[in-house]
Design a protein around this ligand. Sequence first.
Ligand SMILES: [Zn+2]
Length: 104
Amino acid sequence: MNEKANSFIDFIGMKKDLNNHTEEIVIKTMKALLQEPEYNNICTCHQCLLDIAAYALNRLPAKYIADRKDDLGTKIAKFENEVNIDAVSVVKKAIEVVSNNPQH
Ligand SMILES: [Zn+2]
């Protein structure tokens, strides 16, 4: 591939089409957990939520999905089941760590 051809490739555009499905699972898990009474007093400011998500995402396997055609729905559901149990305990730990050491 020559340099000119390379300049037509939308490498920056790749980023928006690459989705780490683990992000969706973590956010969904956070949303569910933070509604529980035991987490009533947890700070849910933007910074703390990002810190909780980052903590959890750094400890769970990434699952990148390049497109959403074919039987991907089934694959996602299967992956979600496998990761879900882990996600709950990791997000619980993340909430505990961040709420004990908020960056503000
Ligand atoms: Zn906060």
